[in-house]
Design a protein around this ligand. Structure first.
Ligand code: PBG
Length: 329
């Protein structure tokens, strides 16, 4: 049955034929745009390592959200740059925190009728040391203390849900955070707020530009005692299983392109809604190549997103959300 009877090229001859047999599709509604909220008014400060990405004051974020909604983007993932930082990450769970303010404003805008508002839940943007949990210092040694961090994370989730988050998304990688968060959300009357757990999150060099965007680089050490080792696929499956047992409604895989095999493995194993996060470094390295004229921006962007969909992600968190939605029309 091989050549000349079979000719694979027959189905590639025209665009309508190619469209007919296309196996994977992208749509704007499956794209989630991250936004970085900062204090102030009329503030739109470009992140130097991420062309086209800005720190936005709440009023500017509302405009950005309206533009994204008009393009059919599916949702926003919100991060915050607080006015001040401390050991207890007060800015994360303060009802008047920057993301809480942003959520209230976004809820009042027309954009919120079309966009799913997802609030990232982590402490690293709010702690003075930049770690995702509480730090216990013993002489020269330090430890990111798991269990005392859970209370602060759960408090953060409740505060964000009350401010208007449609979904809360813990990205801290502490053990047991999903269970604690679900318990406290339920106790506080937020039993309808879904948890999107960053279930499989690797300690990655590709978060570098984000730490500039969110001002969240650890002041000492690194995140390898809580984020996963990039060598481990089986461990990723256990992380997902545990988060689902603890009550996660959806899972998020991160980073995306260097871990497409992990996304595929998760897709085959777990029948739950799954997103993938095309992280800052993935975006920045492509932008750098675009600036040099080394890659075709539109084609490379769409191909990268398609690869993540093909690996099995239902939705994609990407800094390209608006640009890609424009292409998809
Ligand atoms: C917070 C968080 C990070 C990212 C998302 N949530 C940074 C980190 O873990 O260091 C990275 C996102 C990106 O690189 O675009 N913990």
């Amino acid at each position: 049955m091989s050549y000349p009877i079979t000719r694979m090229r027959r189905m590639r001859r025209t665009e309508p034929l190619r469209a007919l047999v296309r196996e994977t599709h992208l749509e704007p509604g499956a794209l989630i745009l991250p936004l970085f909220l900062c204090p102030g008014e009329g503030m739109r400060r470009e992140v130097s390592s991420m062309p086209g990405v800005f720190n936005l004051s709440v009023d500017e974020a509302v405009k950005e959200a309206e533009a994204a909604a008009a393009l059919g983007v599916g949702g926003l993932l919100l991060f915050g740059l607080p006015e001040t930082k401390d050991e207890q990450a007060t800015g994360a769970w303060d009802d008047h925190g920057i993301v809480q303010q942003g959520l209230r404003a976004l809820k009042q805008s027309s954009a919120s009728k079309q966009l799913v508002l997802i609030a990232d839940v982590c402490l690293c943007e709010y702690t003075s040391h930049g770690h995702c949990g509480v730090v216990r210092q013993q002489g020269d040694e330090y430890e990111i203390d798991n269990d005392p961090s859970l209370d602060l994370l759960a408090r953060t989730a409740v505060s964000l849900a009350r401010a208007g988050a449609d979904v809360v998304a813990p990205s801290d990688m502490m053990d047991g955070r999903v269970m604690e968060m679900r318990d406290v959300l339920d106790e506080e009357g937020c039993e309808q707020t879904p948890i999107l757990s960053y279930a499989s999150k690797f300690a990655s060099a590709f978060y570098g530009p984000f730490r500039e965007a969110a001002d969240s680089a650890p002041q000492f050490g690194d995140r390898r005692s809580y984020q996963m080792d990039g060598a481990n696929l089986r461990e990723a499956m256990r992380e997902i299983e545990l988060d689902l047992d603890e009550g996660a409604d959806m899972i998020l895989m991160k980073p995306a392109m260097p871990y497409l095999d992990v996304i595929r493995a998760a897709r085959e194993r777990f029948d739950v809604p799954m997103g993938a996060y095309q992280v800052s470094g993935e975006y920045s390295m492509m932008q750098a190549a675009f600036a040099k004229g080394w890659l075709d921006p539109e084609r490379a962007m769409m191909e990268s997103l398609l690869s993540i969909r093909r690996a099995g992600a239902d939705f994609i968190v990407t800094y390209f959300a608006q640009e890609a939605a424009k292409v998809l029309g």
